[in-house]
Design a protein around this ligand. Structure first.
Ligand code: FAD
Ligand code: SIN
Length: 532
């Protein structure tokens, strides 16, 4: 199969890029691949909304830039922050034009929410299911576009480079090129190759590396692992954002339900096991301090009290006010016996967002030729050491647009690479026992949660690396002799991503933003990114 533009991922980044590119180049083919159903993405679960300067009477680009820089704790690229904040407004208008609806007040003005670290109300939202609404609008627009082929249940295994043509490729090889991808087509279980002139990775986050996460099962860091295997550049992987308030449901595995920060924006109060509103002891911004501070405060309160959760108090809300903005959260809580107007909501931090990822420049270009990245899998320089709430959907749209602008200028200069070799599966057989994969996955999640979570130290990082080494060796051995499956490939990718997180965390000899190491409690003068 051949396609001019290949897009891996059907979240906000992949779909925005595909739609714009297909509209602008009607004679070219755009193929979008996604590993499960087309809407099963981190995007679909976004609750709070998308940040953007909409009210120029009270807000300004300068304030949004400042808030982003403060949250990023000295590691943001200011040029990129300004690009995203300023261009973001046009991108928001585009998705509105494609049909996404954001809540308005009776006067017809957008209702703007507030979240941690924002000095003004600037979060556009659709109730508490903003991501679902944006994904819906994008998929509906894509369905009308004749030159886009959206193929679900296609698991991308690796990007094809000179390595697959028999050349020795190292990190210092100049001009590594991407010629397309190998995919496991889950409808016929065959491994196929797709040649592409230009490829965009929009594979999302990696929250599944941890035991407790707000991310769905698809968030296994595949794009980052593929680029690392292909000897491309990855940066800032130590900065994993833990959302302070995932619903605490003992016994629930996999994805934790999120209680959006917008609930605290509207007046929700965090309380510890003794009922104390503790955030004022940690930060003058109290419950609306940036996420790293709130998550660490909760972690500390839980450790001091020996509990597995704290509480979010919404009992002072009227049912009408709460359900107007948060109907989904209200229903979810009620379904497990929590009436938010009478009961406290048990919450605990959960892995939520990867600030680092595939290193890109200001046009979304990776270190590999003809390969772009956008969305959560990319590291653009916007977030630095900690992402400001609701900046992620904005960043994804801005960089999908920028990658699209650059790609359509390059496309006529790029030719298909002929004679790409078939995937080699010699010497492999069906897996004998799935337990070899599922047990390793459990061990991985456990070690990352216990040793590489909100609070780290040198000994824990060392232990994590030793255990990862063993998991890596065992999994590579299994991979060489087993017919590939999504489960095995995801495990392999997650081990790579975990390695990158631990390695980067080990290199950062300070505590900054989301990376807190008790052996280096202060900030150093180290203001560079860690690139692997
Ligand atoms: P995703 O939307 O995650 O899409 C990834 C795509 O890649 C999927 O289609 C997947 O199938 C595909 N894929 C991955 N690997 C492969 C492979 N090997 N082969 C084929 N396909 C593959 N951000 C905000 O700004 N505001 C919010 O309010 C907000 N709320 C959030 C709430 C929750 C619960 C979560 C989890 C995140 C939230 N975020 C929020 C973060 C934001 O939603 C994500 O960062 C963003 O949606 C990521 O979009 P994306 O396009 O990069 O990736
Ligand atoms: C939330 O709604 O609290 C999540 C917002 C985000 O991750 O930006």
């Amino acid at each position: 199969m051949q396609t001019d533009f290949l897009v891996i991922g059907s979240g906000i980044a992949g779909l925005t890029y595909a739609l714009k590119t297909a509209q602008e180049c009607p004679a070219k083919t755009v193929t979008v691949l996604t590993k499960t159903q087309s809407d099963e993405t981190n995007t679909k679960y976004a609750q709070g909304g998308i940040a953007g300067v909409m009210d120029f009477n009270n807000d300004s680009f300068l304030k949004h830039v400042e808030d982003t820089l403060i949250a990023g704790d000295g590691l943001c690229n200011k040029n990129i922050v300004e690009i995203v904040v300023k261009e973001g407004v046009d991108r928001i208008q585009e998705i509105i034009d494609w049909g996404a609806q954001f809540d308005k007040d009776p006067e017809g003005d957008y209702k703007l929410g507030k979240e941690g670290g924002h000095s003004e109300s600037r979060i556009l939202h659709h109730k508490d299911v903003t991501g679902m609404e944006m994904e819906r609008a994008l998929l509906a627009a894509i369905a009308k576009q004749k030159n886009i082929h959206l193929i679900s249940h296609c698991f991308v295994l690796d990007i094809i480079t000179q390595h697959h043509l028999g050349y020795l490729i190292t990190k210092s090889t100049p001009d590594i090129e991407c010629y397309g991808v190998y995919v496991l087509n889950l409808s016929n279980n065959k491994i196929e190759k797709i040649a592409a002139k230009i490829t965009l990775l929009a594979t999302g986050g990696n929250g599944q590396v941890y035991r407790s996460t707000t991310n769905p099962a698809i968030a296994t860091g595949d794009g980052v692992a593929m680029v690392y295997r292909a000897k491309g550049r990855i940066e800032n992987m130590e900065f994993i954002q833990f959302h302070p308030t995932a619903l605490y449901e003992p016994g629930v595995r996999g994805q934790s339900f999120l209680i959006t920060e917008a609930v605290r924006g509207d007046g929700g109060i965090l309380r510890n096991a003794a009922g104390e509103a503790f955030m004022e002891r940690y930060d003058t911004r109290k419950d609306l301090a940036p996420r790293d501070i709130v998550a660490r405060a909760i972690d500390n309160e839980m450790k001091v009290a020996g509990t597995e959760n704290v509480f979010l108090d919404c009992r002072h809300f009227s049912k009408e006010k709460f359900t107007e903005h948060f109907p989904n959260i209200y229903d979810k809580c009620l379904s497990i016996g929590i009436d938010i107007t009478k009961h406290l909501i048990p919450v605990a931090p959960a892995a939520h967002y990867s600030c680092g990822g595939i290193k890109t420049d200001e046009w979304g270009r990776t270190s590999i030729k003809n390969l772009y990245a956008a969305g959560e899998c990319a590291s653009t320089g916007l977030h630095g050491a900690n992402r400001l709430a609701s900046n992620s959907l904005l960043e994804a749209m801005v960089f999908a647009h920028r990658a699209h602008r650059d790609a359509i200028q390059q496309i006529n200069e790029v030719a298909y690479k002929n004679d790409l070799p078939d995937w080699r599966a010699d010497g492999t057989s069906s897996p004998k026992e799935m337990i070899l994969i599922t047990q390793s996955l459990k061990e991985l999640k456990l070690l990352m949660s216990d040793y590489v979570g909100i609070v780290r130290n040198n000994e824990r990082l060392l232990r994590a690396m030793k255990r990862l080494d063993l998991l890596y060796d065992e999994t590579e051995e299994l991979y060489k002799k087993t017919i590939v499956s999504p489960q095995l490939c995801e495990l392999r990718n997650m081990i790579t991503v975990a390695y990158l997180i631990v390695k980067s965390a080990g290199f950062r000899h300070e505590s900054r933003g989301l990376h807190f190491n008790t052996d280096f409690p202060g900030k150093s003068t180290m203001t560079q990114q860690i690139v692997l």
